[in-house]
Design a protein. Structure first.
Length: 413
């Protein structure tokens, strides 16, 4: 049987009650991932000499961002860098905070100050590996999620961006960091419609963390125009289809699905009457086993917030879920399903938004009506398998399970 939802196997160590790492909110899990080990001491408000200091914005109980307080220059840079990528309201807020930081008036925000004392610090370790001046990290805070990875934006003493450090801290996220490092190292040159991607700078391990440092983006990057419009030419370039069409029923893609499912599908224990993923796969084989498909690469997380434009070229990052040998069209399905889901829609209406996009844009990817239907159903199975692979030791994503199986049951009936 597939494991039920449970807490991450990376159990929270015992920390003093006043140490932010003892918290159960977003600040707590990010602090545990970035500042591991009993040799470090974290306090809010000071008390002892600090190796690093951070402003906690907007408040301790609603933390969204840790701003490094190494200097006015570094603090200002940490909120102003790449501000052109932000939505207008976020951009205005960051500009105001950056202005206060630059003039030494950040205290007007009354932000709590997080002090880190002792060592070793991850930023010092990375600076040593890279042979750079001291590094300072701006750290985003997200709600606790065993599938999320803390990302540190690294700056030098002059406030120049030096890269992004992604931290894998449990089995699932460590594998994701390793995969992205390998994917970035193997991407072809950005020519024609193939999008540019930030380069891999360093892949290393530290204190049971898997760490990839990704090169900083060019300073001139801007938000993409018309984010709801799919970049189908770039999707096709990423797919790199070169072989003949193959029947789904005899494809290596289907074989890989069966290996990943490993015969262990969850029946209706949490969702009475829902099909298992094995049922879904075999129903799709029964319906479309003879359907010939174009198989190719996909980015794996093709969404507008992973894209920018620079000098007329699309720039795409977060390649941790990329893979070869999948049906062309998965990136299109993913964009519209995930955009709807991130906007608060449930699985069924998100799938409906995906279907509408496939009907509207699928022919640009070589998908006729039957292949559009196949790609939609196959993508939902693929997404369930991705969630399943992350679940051991990390827990189910409750927004997707069992709702994906419920939705598939209706679609494949």
């Amino acid at each position: 049987m597939i494991p039920q939802q449970r807490r991450s196997s990376a159990a929270r160590p015992d920390y003093p009650a006043d140490d932010p790492r003892s918290r159960t909110d977003g600040l707590g899990w990010v602090a545990r991932a970035v500042f591991p080990g009993p040799a470090l001491r974290l306090t809010v408000g000071g008390g002892e000499p600090s190796a690093a200091r951070y402003a906690v914005l907007p408040a301790l109980d609603d933390a969204k961002f840790l701003l490094p307080l190494a200097s006015r220059t570094v603090t200002a840079a940490s909120v102003l860098a790449y501000n052109a990528l932000r939505p207008p309201r976020v951009r205005a807020t960051r500009a105001a905070i950056g202005g206060l930081a630059r003039t030494g008036l950040l205290g007007l925000t009354r932000a709590p100050i997080l002090h880190v004392s002792g060592g070793p610090l991850l930023t010092d370790h990375l600076a040593g590996l890279l042979g750079t001046p001291p590094l300072h990290a701006a750290i985003g805070i997200r709600p606790p999620d065993p599938h999320h990875k803390p990302t540190l934006q690294l700056f030098d003493d002059q406030g120049r961006p030096r890269g992004y450090a992604k931290i894998g801290w449990n089995d699932g996220t460590r594998a994701m960091v390793r995969h992205e490092a390998a994917a970035l190292a193997s991407l072809p040159e950005a020519t024609g419609d193939f999008p540019a991607a930030p380069a891999l700078v360093l892949h290393t391990t530290w204190q049971q963390r898997e760490i990839a440092i990704i090169a900083p983006m060019p300073r001139q990057v801007r938000r993409i125009r018309r984010p709801a419009s799919p970049r189908t030419a770039a999707m096709l370039a990423v797919a790199r289809v070169s072989g003949p069409r193959v029947p789904f029923g005899s494809s290596e893609f289907l074989d890989s699905w069966r290996r990943r499912a490993a015969g262990g599908a969850l029946a209706g224990a949490e969702s009475p009457g829902a099909i298992t993923v094995d049922d879904a796969i075999e129903a799709l084989v029964a319906r479309d086993g003879r359907l010939e498909l174009d198989l190719g690469h996909w980015h794996g997380d093709w969404v507008p917030w992973n894209m920018a434009r620079h000098r007329g070229r699309l720039l795409v990052w977060d390649w941790e879920n990329s893979a070869p040998g999948v049906p062309v069209g998965f990136d299109l399905a993913h964009q519209f399903f995930q955009t709807a889901l991130s906007g608060g829609a449930a699985v069924a209406p998100s799938a409906a938004a995906m279907d509408q996009a496939l009907r509207r844009h699928g022919r640009a990817l070589g998908l006729d009506e039957r292949r559009q239907r196949f790609v939609g159903d196959a993508y939902l199975i693929e997404l369930w398998l991705r969630t399943y692979q992350l679940s051991p030791g990390a827990g189910w994503n409750r927004r997707l399970h069992p709702a994906l199986l419920d939705t598939l049951a209706g679609r494949l009936a």
